[in-house]
Design a protein around this ligand. Structure first.
Ligand SMILES: [Zn+2]
Length: 305
């Protein structure tokens, strides 16, 4: 699947909603490049975010897509930061097939960039595997002040996996670059001793502008031209919400008929609002009967429609 990297026509007009895995053969490093433009703008338009908070959310969204490159799975991967400070919640999610969504919550006066992360906050990465119906969550304290360093620390502590991460958001785009050290097995083709340090130093020269604007082929060649870059084909990314009427119905069932009837009596209908995509799901008496009809016998006197 991989081919030696070279300039080609795609570099002139690259799509800007992509995930690329790549390898630095000489340094013994694997990596990923993510950029979102349309998908990020669609996602962001669902919330009214002050610029500094939008910047942080864009970085989190790029990170969630980057991290899907590190595992093989069928499901979704989320990154979540929760704290008691003004930044209450930062949540971003990417599915195995490249659908992203996310939200951020802030309390108090609008934040000013750059937001320093609260060391009391907790950072989690959660992987839900649809096929095996399993859920894995790693949780670490936030260290490093910014999101990229907090994630580097996460991989170091939680996965014992040396990682370098750069994240950026500006002018309607967000993006990220991830490097991870490939375990050395020795023998032919093994990384040279200095490969990991060298790749890290090269990455440190990357500017946010380059990350957000250069075609990935050009960017990787510019950064790592002596490292034998192997770029894999692009995986498309887009904003999409996984909410559905069926999921909302399942949630209503888990809350129970009593809760549903109480809300109906009070408000006349049940309205559920998805914060990720602003879709609204409305249930009236008949809908509620339908929702509970199959699983929960209706109380005497109720009619099923
Ligand atoms: Zn939704």
């Amino acid at each position: 699947m991989t081919e030696p990297l070279r300039h080609d026509a795609r570099a002139l007009n690259p799509p800007n909603d992509v995930l690329h895995r790549f390898q630095l053969e000489r340094a013994g490093v694997r990596g990923a490049f993510v950029r979102l433009e349309r998908g990020w703008q669609d996602l962001r338009s669902n919330g009214d975010y002050p610029p500094a908070l939008g910047e942080l959310l864009g970085q989190a969204v790029a990170a969630s897509a980057l991290f899907t490159s590190t595992i093989k799975f069928d499901g979704r991967l989320s990154v979540q930061l929760q704290g008691q400070g003004p930044l209450r919640l930062l949540f971003a999610e990417c599915t195995h097939d490249g659908s992203v969504r996310g939200i951020a919550r802030w309390s108090g006066a609008p934040p000013v960039a750059p937001i320093r992360l609260d060391p009391e906050a907790r950072l989690a990465i959660t992987i839900e595997n649809r096929v095996t119906d399993t859920r894995y969550q790693g949780l670490v304290p936030v260290e490093g002040g910014d999101l990229a360093h907090a994630f580097e620390n996460y991989f170091e502590r939680s996965e014992q996996l040396p990682s370098r991460i750069v994240l950026a958001e500006a002018h309607g785009r967000c993006g990220g670059l991830l490097l991870q050290q490939v375990a050395r097995e020795g023998g032919k083709g093994a990384a040279d001793d200095d490969g990991w340090n060298r790749a890290g130093h090269l990455l440190a020269t990357l500017t946010p502008r380059e990350l957000l604007e250069l075609a990935p082929e050009v960017l990787l060649l510019r950064l790592f031209h002596d490292e034998d870059v192997r770029l894999q084909s692009a995986q498309p990314l887009a904003f999409a919400c996984t909410c559905s009427r069926e999921r909302v119905e399942a949630m209503l069932r888990s809350l129970g008929r009593g809760e549903a009837d109480a809300t109906l009596a009070e408000q006349g209908s049940i309205e559920v609002h998805c914060e990720f995509c602003n879709r609204r799901y409305v249930f009236d008496d008949n809908d509620v009967n339908d929702v509970f009809g199959a699983t929960d016998p209706s109380p005497p006197g109720a009619t099923r429609h």
